[in-house]
Write a protein that binds this ligand. Structure first.
Ligand code: NCD
Length: 298
């Protein structure tokens, strides 16, 4: 089994990942479990794009389960000598890893690799397509705060066009009963997307305000805003957050552009910001994903 997209998961598998993630979250808080369920297994990390949270949390998750982690330094690999993605996958497959975690700048690259690899392949973000484990950790974060996901109103705001996080969340959260509203500047909404450009309207009454980074590396031309203009029109400020529900929370997958899509008052609000909790849930959810995939491949 591979984990390539939200739709590749059954309802039962999603429930298992969230429930088990919840248990790992508790265990990680209290005394850091010595769990050996993946002892002797080897997890490969193959990241063609920069990462802090995703790369580290997959590695920590594997270590906490007793697996060994090997990370290919892609910048120093044969990819730089012109080796194709498929040939790299064939090479890695011959070393017989027990799982491969892959991030790539091209949509569907993990699916291409999955055809070649004999072990489970986990999509850690492909281009503008999907980032399924991020959506799973976001769902678990929401559930831990509100005790439920059904009926929770989630405003996802910002650079929707380039966001694999938005795409995976827009598939997962409604499946779990949440109401998802997408909004952002017209130039950063997908061409086929009928959603609103009014961030204020999306935030009004929302329980969760999830802000997205402006993905400058994927913009064809620079956005050209005067400094402060994006924040004033589309970003999350303490003032704009007042439109949300009284007990609303702030989320952001990271990395943040402070002063662009979010100001520090909103990002660091000790009552409302769930950003550190998202990172914590990232380890827990990835432990559950690794066990589901690598355990079943045994
Ligand atoms: C996101 C990603 O890489 O898709 N970050 C993450 O995994 N936490 C979002 C982003 O880069 O803006």
């Amino acid at each position: 089994m591979d984990l390539l997209s939200i739709d590749s998961l059954s309802d039962d598998q999603i429930a298992t990942i969230l429930d088990e993630g919840d248990r790992w979250a508790e265990a990680n808080r209290t005394g850091k479990p010595a769990n050996a369920s993946l002892a002797g297994r080897i997890v490969f990390n193959l990241f063609y794009e920069n990462s802090t949270r995703t790369l580290m949390s997959f590695s920590v998750a594997a270590h906490r389960l007793g697996a060994q982690v090997v990370t290919l330094p892609v910048e120093h690999s044969s990819a730089r000598k012109g080796e194709t993605l498929e040939d790299t996958a064939r090479t890695l497959n011959a070393m017989r890893p027990d799982a491969l975690v892959v991030r790539h700048f091209e949509n569907e690259a993990p699916a291409r690799i999955a055809h070649i690899m004999d072990c489970p392949v986990i999509n850690a973000g492909d281009g503008t397509n999907e980032h399924p484990t991020q959506a799973l950790l976001d769902a678990l974060t929401i559930r831990r705060r509100f005790g439920r996901i059904a009926g929770v109103k989630v405003a996802i705001c910002g650079d929707i066009k380039h966001s694999r996080v938005a795409r995976s969340n827009a598939r997962l959260l409604p499946r779990l009963g949440a109401e998802v509203r997408l909004a952002g500047p017209p130039a950063l909404l997908p061409d086929d997307f009928q959603g609103a450009s009014d961030v204020d309207a999306a935030i009004a009454g929302a329980d969760v305000v999830m802000m997205l980074r402006v993905q400058r590396e994927r913009l064809e031309e620079d956005f050209g805003d005067a400094p402060g203009e994006y924040l004033a029109r589309y970003g999350l400020t303490a003032e704009r957050l007042k439109r949300a529900a009284p007990d609303a929370v702030v989320m952001h997958p990271g990395p943040m552009n402070r002063g662009v899509e979010i100001d520090s008052a909103a990002a660091d609000d000790p009552e409302r910001s769930l950003i550190p909790l998202q990172v914590e849930m990232g380890v827990a959810v990835r432990m559950a994903c690794l066990r589901l995939l690598v355990g079943s491949a045994a």
